[in-house]
Design a protein around this ligand. Structure first.
Ligand SMILES: Cc1cc2nc3c(=O)[nH]c(=O)nc-3n(C[C@H](O)[C@H](O)[C@H](O)COP(=O)(O)OP(=O)(O)OC[C@H]3O[C@@H](n4cnc5c(N)ncnc54)[C@H](O)[C@@H]3O)c2cc1C
Length: 378
């Protein structure tokens, strides 16, 4: 390609993170190309299934809270510019034994960052939100700011905004190779070659296929979501039932009120612990998936335990410490990578897009990304 056709940045993978990166780069006036192997907002990666939890109380590490504040701001800005709601506040529950990592971590982040919260016993939780039936020894932190995002619309709005700001977008085009050149990068796809100053790799579960050096630390894992028909629908609406995380003896679950797709929705973190190849993953949910998830519904949400309405497979991309990778591939490299968002990345897409555009354009970001360094595993 000619020098005139050269881009400032090429975003590889236009899913959750890539659509946000494309948007922020285009908004800052850069010549940017997004390349996506499937369509926009598809159901073959990690960013589908109608709802994704967003919350401020962050048991994973209080250090995420400043990024969350900015994420909320940017999602609200996107809503305003698109004149469409994509973030729904329902309140959120983090429930577990008082000494569990979930309860203690969520509490710690509330205290450290002065987040308004309430502590509820199991009985108080059921009185306030009758959809819950948790063991007596479980306690819950209620945080009013939590809710859910609509992931497919988030991606579509980021892409629409990027196009309005002049981004180029190629869909149904697969990137095969990314090499650094004397003055940037060359990206080879199944349809052509493109050059740019920087490549921003947001390939989700396929990261290890494009960047084999990251494969051991960005491991795809199969997940399954289930929607069940509530026996008492009035207990599982966005007005009466908050999003939740639940850490109980057998596992760690997350769930949502019914929204758009009929049914109460629940998933288990790390599902059946199946490491997969993203190109050959079994996308057809089966009886074993259903039995495991239904057991949790019947035990903890009995009023939601009507017939199964639907199930959907999806992928986490796990790092060894379950924190993200957001960094240059190597110091001074022209390749920036955002990967390993495990089971909690979607809510950060908006701020990660901003961070990636900072790194691609300015070489650094004002956000604290110290805990996301690629070199921490070596
Ligand atoms: C079941 C489930 C529930 C979750 N729940 C939550 C939640 O409640 N809250 C939360 O915050 N997070 C949640 N997460 C995590 C969150 O959804 C992910 O961290 C996030 O979606 C990851 O986004 P991504 O951009 O990395 O991946 P994706 O959105 O999958 O994007 C990667 C893109 O790269 C493209 N691509 C890959 N290789 C190539 C190539 N060679 N050429 C071109 N394009 C390529 C893919 O097609 C894809 O579109 C959940 C995840 C799952 C699976």
């Amino acid at each position: 390609m000619t020098q005139a056709g050269r881009y400032d940045a090429i975003v590889v993978g236009v899913g959750g993170m890539g659509s946000a990166a494309l948007y922020h780069l285009a908004k800052r006036g850069k010549r940017v190309l997004g390349i996506e192997r499937f369509g926009i907002a598809h159901d073959l990666g990690s960013s589908h299934g109608v709802t994704r939890i967003i919350r401020m109380a962050y048991y994973e590490a209080p250090a995420y809270v400043p990024l969350l504040r900015r994420s909320y701001e940017l999602w609200r800005e996107l809503e305003t510019s698109a004149a469409e709601q994509i973030l729904h506040i329902t309140g959120g529950i983090d429930a577990g034994l008082p000494d569990s990592r979930l309860f203690q971590g969520a509490l710690q982040s509330c205290i450290e960052h002065d987040l308004e919260h309430e502590i509820l016993t199991s009985d108080q939780l059921s009185q306030r939100f009758p959809g819950f039936r948790l063991p007596q020894d479980v306690q819950a932190i209620y945080q009013a700011d939590a809710g859910f995002l609509m992931p497919e619309r988030c991606i579509e709005l980021h892409v629409a905004g990027a196009l309005e700001h002049g981004a180029a977008l190629h869909t149904e085009e697969q990137v095969r190779d990314i090499v650094e050149t004397a003055n940037g990068v060359r990206v080879t796809t199944d349809q052509g070659q493109y050059e740019a100053d920087t490549a921003v790799i947001c390939a989700g579960a396929w990261t290890g296929k494009l960047l084999p050096e990251l494969a051991p630390n960005a491991v795809p894992e199969r997940q399954v979501l289930i929607w069940t028909e509530p026996l008492k629908p009035e207990a599982y609406t966005p007005e009466t039932f908050p999003v939740f995380l639940l850490m109980v003896e057998e596992s760690h679950f997350y769930g949502f009120p019914a929204f758009q797709v009929p049914g109460f929705k629940i998933g288990r973190f790390h599902h059946l612990e199946e490491v997969v190849d993203p190109d050959t993953i079994d996308r057809e949910p089966n009886a074993r998936d259903e039995a495991m998830l239904r057991q949790a519904v019947e035990r903890y949400f009995p009023d939601a335990a009507g017939p199964t309405l639907s199930m959907k497979a999806c992928m986490f991309t796990n790092t060894p410490d379950e924190h993200f990778i957001i960094d240059r591939l190597k110091p001074d490299s022209a390749i920036v990578v955002a990967a390993g968002f495990t089971g909690h990345g979607f809510k950060f897409c908006s701020v990660v897009g901003e961070i990636l555009s900072d790194m691609a354009i300015d070489g650094e970001t004002g956000h604290d990304v110290g805990m996301f360094r690629v070199g921490r595993f070596s």
